[in-house]
Design a protein around this ligand. Sequence first.
Ligand code: NAD
Ligand code: LMR
Length: 332
Amino acid sequence: MKERIKVVVTGAAGQISYSLIPRLVDGHTFGDKIVDLELVEIPQVVDKLQGLIMELEDSNFPNMGNVNFTSDFESAAKDADWFLLVGSIPRGIVFNGKKIEERADLLQINGGIFVGQGQAIGKYGKSDAKILVVGNPANTNALIGRHAAGNDSQLWMAMTMLDSSRARSVLSKKLNVGIEDISKMIIWGNHSPTMYPDFENIISNGELGKNLIDDMNWVNNDFLPIVQQRGKAVIDSRGASSATSAAKAALDTVIACENPTKSGECFSAAVITDGSYNLPHGIVCGMPLMTTSEGSVEIVRDIVLSDFAKEKIKISTNELIEERSAVEDLLK
Ligand code: NAD
Ligand code: LMR
């Protein structure tokens, strides 16, 4: 009998989910496992999910198990292995008469969602559940959810894989190498314009990034702003926030957590700080991670940071501390 895995996806009727959900059951992301899906939406749109389920059935995916849709998060959370928390409001839309321009504007609007969902995950999710927060502001939402869950055996992550993919794309062009020739693309800090994509610690064809890139003018005026502002550039062009690339990044994060990381490599996601790299305690911060052969996800602790990197990371962790202060009422 094939192993089964239960995956909860919130915001299931949204644009990221439309790219994400089919690929959870296509036999690639979770390998040979049968995937039971719990698709969660707000009551106003939950019935739309019937159409998505029809499409999933019509696609004949080999690894699709039971598929339920609901607006009751608690019932969906029971014994779930994975939670992909996409459901929340994106930037670029008008909400209560105001255009949402910055991710920080989303703090109060979206933060509240993660209190109730966090409590349900802590109570009903599997003790080794993995939770990936995609909804913005992802780091602080994950902090709120993790706090509400109060269950240290579960792993809360905020997604920075998309930033890492963007940075690899820019670096591959600069270095004139393939995407697969760039590894260890670490994103430090917040999933926001203060994030620090660590070009110095990438490995490309056996060489460290700091030995390959000495053009600090390009780093400061091209590389960093392009990666840091890519979300906005997509919104400005599409009139909607990135969706297919965000879905791919969520899948890449799941795959990175489900399979042991190759020796000497790492992947990017934000997790609760634990004193490593002298990062301030109690924030969800982008860091290098690895999955052990036993399946646990751990912080990689041997990355060497330059003074330039430390200075940039401090800007981002300061922003995370400010975000935490702004949602103090949700962290009681
Ligand atoms: P969308 O508006 O298309 O979909 C969001 C869906 O979430 C909607 O269908 C909405 O009804 C649903 N929703 C809202 N509150 C909910 C709740 N409490 N429970 C369940 N569902 C709920 O938006 P999208 O483009 O899919 O983006 C979703 C989020 O992902 C946004 O916050 C966006 O900013 C964020 N995002 C993050 C990254 C990243 O790299 N971390 C990248 C892209 C987008
Ligand atoms: C992104 O990085 O594309 C998303 O976080 C959307 C946004 O608001 O920038």
